[in-house]
Design a protein around this ligand. Structure first.
Ligand code: CP
Length: 310
């Protein structure tokens, strides 16, 4: 059974995860084959942080399912003028077939899911970015045939929402992940323990490396991540200093195999966490990864609203 909401990747158990990825692959091959499946349905989308890929792919995905999208701006609603969050979500649930939220505190999306009577999709919180990870897995499945058993190296902030979700994705898909982060930015032990429990079933693993070179040596996939989260510009100077040895560039990639591929969720800060020659180079799957936000968004909307991945 697919979950009622998608707040984090682990809301999909390994079987549901494989099913939604399979649906996304089919939707990519035949984008308009489901154009009548949700005709008349509507999704309400709230973005409290900037977004290019998520916002646009979601709207186009909804259109391809026959749905209407309404972008909800807090300042234009009574929510910005004193109406409670609870009353707002209750009313919106009676208009929409799904709600999406990009926000800061992950507790806010959990709160929305607790009140809503329709599926809620987390389009990024400070702790999780599940929609991104589904596109990551689809990209790897396309390139390698399957993500199962792949060895991935995540280079950068091990506590970032992208890393948290990629960890859960690797667990659900049975991948072997090595996270290379500077001291103080290591992955959350609770998330790692939960991922390891899932990996006992799926055959995956998660390890840690202080040295990015060590992390990429055996990797099929190298994942680069921004050093400074969009809502923490005040940490820029400190983070740039701490992450300086965690740049994904040609020198780092020279320690990996020639067939190793590179992912980045975008937007990238070229020359900082990833260099342009790598981002635009032959080992980069980044542009396909970004394109895959569309069929995965389509598959998520369809799966959560209809309750079936077909
Ligand atoms: N990767 C990602 O979520 O991109 P946007 O912030 O542009 O939506």
């Amino acid at each position: 059974m697919p979950p009622g909401h998608l707040l984090r990747v682990s809301d999909f158990d390994p079987i549901a995860l494989a099913a939604v990825l399979d649906l996304a692959a089919r939707m990519k091959r035949e984008p308009l084959a489901w154009q009548h499946s949700l005709r008349g349905a509507a999704v309400g989308c709230s973005f409290e942080k900037p977004s290019t890929r998520t916002r646009v792919s979601l709207a186009v995905a909804a259109h391809r399912l026959g749905m209407t999208t309404v972008m909800l701006n807090k300042e234009e609603m009574q929510l910005g003028h004193g109406e409670t969050w609870e009353d707002t979500v209750r009313v919106l649930s009676s208009y929409f077939d799904a709600l999406t939220l990009r926000t800061f505190d992950h507790g806010t999306v959990e709160r929305m899911a607790g009140i809503a009577t329709v599926p809620v999709i987390n389009t990024l919180s400070n702790d999780h970015h599940p929609c991104q990870s589904l596109a990551d897995l689809l990209t790897l499945a396309e390139h390698f045939g399957t993500p199962v058993g792949l060895r991935a190296a995540f280079i950068g902030d091990g506590r970032s929402n992208t890393c948290n979700s990629f960890l859960e994705a690797c667990a659900g898909a049975g991948m072997h992940l090595t996270i290379a982060s500077p001291p103080g930015y290591e992955a959350d032990p609770g998330l790692v323990a939960a991922a390891r429990r899932t990996m006992q079933r799926t055959g995956g693993s998660v390890e840690f490396a202080g040295d990015p070179v060590e992390a990429v040596r055996q990797a099929d996939v190298v994942y680069a991540e921004v050093w400074v989260p969009m809502d923490r510009p005040q940490e820029r100077a400190e983070r740039v200093r701490r992450f300086a040895a965690y740049r994904v560039d040609a020198e780092l990639l020279s320690h990996a195999g020639a067939d190793t591929v590179v992912l980045h969720c975008l937007p990238a800060v070229r020359g900082e966490e990833i260099t342009s020659d790598v981002l635009d180079g032959p080992q980069s799957l980044v542009w396909r990864q970004a394109a895959n936000r569309l069929p995965t968004a389509q598959a998520v909307l369809h799966t959560l609203i209809t309750g079936a991945a077909d």
